[in-house]
Design a protein around this ligand. Structure first.
Ligand SMILES: [Zn+2]
Length: 176
């Protein structure tokens, strides 16, 4: 039988498929009948399965967040404390060397130029935008209107301090 099955596998599978197709209703009816006859069992099985997995998944997510959040907080804090002076000096220098100013009118003009859409994902901004420096201030970008774009909150979080070409690549845009 095994030998027969091995050599006629295709034929066999085809026949099974044929049977299934021809008897689809019968099979469905049988399944339905089983579920009806064993409603409690089916329900219990499903509940046990869901619960086991839900618990497992939730526990794993909780563990991951707890471990990583705490670890990140600790390393960030330690790093900041160790380099506190540098951070303050850099911020002062940045503030001092920040070139250019923009006005409310510049922002409104930009809003219109961008057709009221996010410069990253093109979603309508509906007045909820964040001002982004195309070339990040931390990398020498100026505060002039020509270095500004309006992003939705999500895009601004994603872009953070990426250079424009890195950001363009990240969101799948060609950079020219
Ligand atoms: Zn966006």
């Amino acid at each position: 039988m095994r030998q027969y099955y091995a050599t006629h596998k295709e034929k066999w599978l085809g026949r099974v498929k044929c049977y299934r197709e021809a008897n689809r209703e019968k099979i469905a009816e049988r399944g339905k009948q089983f579920r009806e006859d064993n409603a409690e069992l089916v329900k219990a099985r499903k509940l046990v399965y869901c619960q086991a997995n839900r618990e497992k998944e939730a526990a794993r997510a909780r563990r991951w967040t707890a471990v990583n959040r705490e670890r990140k907080r600790q390393t960030d804090k330690a790093y900041y404390e160790q380099h506190r002076g540098d951070f303050i000096a850099r911020a002062r220098k940045r503030q001092k060397s920040l070139q250019g100013v923009f006005t409310q009118a510049d922002i409104l003009r930009l809003y219109e130029t961008q057709h009221k859409r996010c410069a990253g994902c093109a979603k309508p901004l509906r007045g909820n935008y964040e001002i982004d420096h195309v070339i990040p201030v931390s990398k020498g970008g100026s505060n002039s209107p020509e270095n500004l774009e309006l992003l939705c909150r999500a895009c601004n979080r994603r872009k953070h301090s990426m250079m424009p070409e890195e950001w363009a690549a990240r969101i799948g845009k060609l950079f020219v």
